[in-house]
Design a protein around this ligand. Structure first.
Ligand SMILES: [Zn+2]
Length: 70
């Protein structure tokens, strides 16, 4: 596939995407660091462990099953 060179409009700078505007959303897809499990009962948050589903975690405060939070 040939490399496409973006055409620059005359008298204007090419607008680089990704700068300014909206902030990036952290953690696009899949599991990663920074995920949390939350207790639906008392809202306690614990760091999500990789490879361990949240529903297998138990709330340290009230003993409820944790759920995933995004
Ligand atoms: Zn709880």
């Amino acid at each position: 596939m040939p490399k496409r060179i973006p055409s620059i409009p005359p008298g204007g700078r090419f607008r680089a995407p990704g700068r300014g505007g909206r902030g990036r959303q952290p953690g696009g897809s899949g599991l990663g660091p920074g995920d949390f499990c939350v207790c639906p009962r008392c809202k306690t948050k614990i760091p999500h462990k990789r490879g361990v589903p949240c529903y297998t975690e138990v709330c340290p405060e009230c003993g409820s099953k944790m759920t995933r939070v995004r």
